[in-house]
Each structure stands twice: as structure tokens, then as C-alpha cells.
Design a protein around this ligand. Sequence first.
Ligand code: ATP
Ligand code: MG
Length: 318
Amino acid sequence: MVVPSNHPMIELRRLFRFYGKTKAVNDVSFHVNAGQVFGFIGPNGAGKTTTMRILATLDTPDYGDALIDGFSVINDPDRVRRRMGFMPDDYGTYPNMNCLEYLDFFARSYGLVGRERMKAIRYTLGYTGLDKIAEKSIQGLSKGMRQRLCLGRAMIHRPAVLILDEPANGLDPRARIELRQMVLGLAAEGTSLLISSHILSELGEMCDSLGIIERGCMIVSGTVQEIQSRLMPHTNLKMKVIEQQQKLVEWLSVQDGVDAVAVDGTMVRCQILGAKSDREQAALLRAIVHEGFDVIEFSTEGQTLEDVFMRITTGAVQ
Ligand SMILES: Nc1ncnc2c1ncn2[C@@H]1O[C@H](COP(=O)(O)OP(=O)(O)OP(=O)(O)O)[C@@H](O)[C@H]1O
Ligand SMILES: [Mg+2]
């Protein structure tokens, strides 16, 4: 099936879920199109897992609806499950089973039979890099290998939508990079992904859009660039040139959008209005070099996703 690129594969329509007085999800709406990766960020207890569990048909909303590929989790949970794979943050593994048997079990649960099932298992083992340890007992797997197996289990029926609850949790740097590559590979094939994490900088690298949630409410959502522009009024640059430091200050101070320039030891610090994209920063660097300055350092300061996150969340729990 060819899905138009603007077709929402995941759609939340004014979703509410209360546990007694706790407003775990309080009027959350967003959508994710085909082949898009949406990052869900929020402090502990913000409502990420509750939202994801509703999308995975494991819980039901009090009000509102959630749709996967246009099918409602309330009215059409079976159709939703066929199109969606869920990787929970706390997953059970089964003793006395190896990776192959584990994936075979889930492939059967999804009704895959015969050659089709073998093909799905082989593809999944290959994609997750578990083919060489297919017959290894699950109990003997490292954390990273278990995460891979769990991703494999979620994707065994090749769903159009994947919901991953903190998949990078506890992974070492190499395993995180590998996870990112797997996520980007799936998105390139057209899969839509919703991923939650506390590792903000990494979400920025693999997500097209982000949503920041706190105490059940979506505080801000949009592309990484949009969020940075909205919440970071300035871009702070730091650069070092060979000699000509004062001349660089003078040149920068008359450039468009430059708000403040100052010498700080061996560095020149420059504040520009608005969040500048990588391309815009590269263009400025090119202009400085073209002007004849010998630049040996050029970097941005203090506008990471962590900064945005710390700025707009209060850390309050409920
Ligand atoms: N089954 C439940 N019964 C009662 N309260 C619940 C239940 N599930 C979640 N909550 C509450 O709902 C709120 C949101 O929890 P949720 O697990 O969705 O947060 P989260 O964003 O996933 O947090 P974390 O980053 O710690 O995983 C919390 O206050 C939590 O205590
Ligand atoms: Mg959670």
C-alpha cells in the first residue's frame, strides 16, 4: 500500500486519562505522518508511558481518541494491533527460550505462518543484528542485546507504526548509535515512530518532530528547529581567530541580526537574534573566512535540547 506522505499514521485527538486525582494525560493532541519520527520528552511521571500504552491498546482513554493509520484504539483495537508494534520500557523475557524461539513465539501470535513466518524471523534477526546469537538463551543476553530482541519482537509483523518507550535506556554509546541507525532505517522504509526518552540530545538527532510533556500536558511541540526558535531567543556563538580579534568584533557588530559581541579572553562571543540553523551558521562562518579572518575555532553555546528542556519544564511531579 502506498501511503501519502501527509497521511497521519499516529493521531491523538484531545486525549485524557486520569487515575483518581492524577491527570496522567490531560488533553494531549499531536500527529505523526508516514516515515516520520516523533520524539516524546518529559520528566518522570509526565504521562509518556500512559499515552503510549493507550496507543498500544493496553489502556483506554477517559476522553478523546487515539488513531493508528486512521483506526481508533477504542473502536478498532484489532486493526490497530496489526498495524502497530510496541516496545515497552519494562518488558518481560521468558526463561528457557532462545532469541529464535522468542521471535517465533511472537510471529505465531501475530498469525504469521509457514514461509512467511520464517522470512519475518530471518529478516528481524538480520535487521537487529541478532542473527549470530539466534540460538543463545535470552537469560544470558546483555542489556543492549535484550533491547534489540525487544525491538525485534515489536517489528516482527512489519508494522507501519512503532511505539518505543525509552528504547535507549541503559544502552552504552555504541548501542545508542546503533539504535539510532535502526530507527532511521525503519523511518526511511516508511515506518512512523513514536519514541520516548530522557536522552534529549539523541532524540534531536533522530526525530523529525518533538513534543515536550509535563504533568500530562503537552507544553510545546514542533520540529527541533521550531522548538529551538520559539524557546531560544538567541544563538550564542563562540569563535577564535589568529590575531585580528578586535577587527572581527567590529565586523560582526555591523552584521544583520547581531545583538551583542564581546571579547572574552582569547575568544570572541557573539549573540545573534533567533535560533540559527546549522546552514545559517555555516554561511556566517564562510562570510567571516571570506572577509580574511583566520578562524581556528567556531562553535555554538547553550542552545541544546537540554537547555530548552530545563527552561520550560519545572520538574514538578504529581
Ligand atoms: N496504573 C496507574 N495507577 C495510578 N497511577 C498511575 C498509573 N499509571 C500511571 N500513573 C500515574 O500517572 C502519571 C504518569 O505516569 P507515566 O508512567 O505515564 O509517566 P512517564 O512520563 O512515563 O514517566 P517516566 O519517565 O518515569 O517513565 C504518574 O503520576 C503515575 O504515577
Ligand atoms: Mg514511562
